[in-house]
Design a protein around this ligand. Structure first.
Ligand code: FES
Length: 101
């Protein structure tokens, strides 16, 4: 399924993700600067993305542990999420996110 990553400079990368795949890994596979240092253990926030406002409600709500890490993420906004916690399924086709600087 198609996922659109917008980079900090405004360039967009249209990525291909599979159901069951984490958004973090889709971004990494397409060369986006998502470090994912803790490999999804909710200990780093280097996988932070900002979800387009129109798409935010399509995602399952963040768990408390994710919210806590987002409080530490640089430049976090109301629609920020940790991409390691987003597992793709068909309902997320066409998702648009920005990778902050
Ligand atoms: S990879 Fe560390 S919190 Fe997502």
């Amino acid at each position: 399924m198609r996922i659109v990553f917008r980079q900090a400079d405004g360039d967009e990368i249209v990525a291909d993700g599979a159901p069951g795949e984490r958004l973090l890994h889709v971004g990494q596979r397409h060369g986006l600067p998502l470090e994912g240092t803790c490999e999804g253990e909710l200990a780093c926030a280097t996988c932070h993305v900002i979800v387009d406002a129109d798409d935010f409600a399509r995602l399952p709500p963040a768990r408390e542990e994710e919210e806590d890490m987002l409080d530490l993420a640089y430049g976090a906004t109301r629609t920020s999420r940790l991409s390691c916690q987003i597992v793709l399924d068909e309902t997320l086709a066409g998702l648009r996110v920005t990778v902050p600087r």
